[in-house]
Design a protein around this ligand. Structure first.
Ligand code: SF4
Ligand code: SF4
Length: 82
């Protein structure tokens, strides 16, 4: 499933340049993840790199509204990089 940035975000801008899919951008108040581009970093890294660089623990969480299997995340990766 895609990841979600919660209101704990302090807009530090650490995650945005690290996302390999350009899924992260500054929204109206805090940084936001485009769920159509987030693959949980599948195809690039072993684990979500945005969670790794975020200085505020538990700010980036799994988005329950975007339930996806690992296979579906791989399909999204292939769609992003045809
Ligand atoms: S998990 Fe990976 S692809 Fe998804 S928003 Fe974070 S850095 Fe980008
Ligand atoms: S790294 Fe964390 S605190 Fe910084 S902008 Fe991204 S989500 Fe917000």
């Amino acid at each position: 499933m895609a990841l979600l940035i919660t209101k704990s975000c302090i807009n530090c801008d650490m995650c945005e340049p690290e996302c390999p899919n350009q899924a992260i951008a500054l929204g109206t108040e805090i940084y936001e993840i485009d769920p159509t581009r987030c693959t949980e970093c599948i195809g690039h890294y072993e684990a979500p790199t945005c969670q790794r660089v975020c200085p505020i623990t538990h700010t980036i969480i799994q988005d329950a509204a975007w339930q996806e299997t690992r296979e579906q995340l791989w399909e999204k990766f292939v769609m992003l990089y045809p």
